[in-house]
Design a protein around this ligand. Structure first.
Ligand SMILES: [Zn+2]
Length: 148
């Protein structure tokens, strides 16, 4: 599964085809949310980074830790649905960004390609980010802009 995603990402997006796998761990959604909150808005994006983190906008679904190269998935993740797989796709983008030492203007800028890849993956199944996760591309673009 991971190899398939890396191959797909590197051939469709400007990402390196690095074969080093991330560690994958599972945690409850509660724990994920706590970890996300613990990371705090001040250190946004430094270690456990994820997502459009406007309060209340949506639940944390997964995290990627740059230091330990670990993808944290919710324990109800099964990987059988395109939506589940797309979460892994999103986090794999962060893994490749991390390993490839890609640089970004600001931490949140990394979300743009992660969400684009996620949306594209869903699109292969006739689904979309907006439909499955209630995240529209306009929000993604605004939220990943380095404005402040
Ligand atoms: Zn992300």
């Amino acid at each position: 599964m991971l190899e398939e995603i890396v191959t797909w990402l590197s051939s469709n997006f400007d990402l390196p085809a690095i074969k080093e796998r991330p560690a994958v761990e599972f945690a409850s959604r509660m724990k994920l949310a706590t970890m996300r909150a613990g990371d705090g808005a001040l250190s946004e994006g430094l270690t456990n980074h994820d997502e459009l983190n406007q309060p209340g906008q949506r639940q944390v679904v997964a995290l990627y830790n740059d230091k330990s190269k670990t993808i944290l998935l919710p324990d109800d993740w099964t990987g059988t649905s395109p939506a589940d797989q797309s979460i892994l796709v999103h986090e794999m983008v962060h893994h490749l960004q991390n390993l490839g030492k890609l640089t970004f203007e600001c931490p949140r800028a990394r979300e743009k390609s992660a969400y684009l890849a996620q949306d594209e993956w869903l699109g292969r199944f006739g689904m979309s980010l907006e439909h499955e996760f209630d995240v529209d591309m306009f929000t993604v673009l605004i939220s990943s802009a380095c404005m402040f």
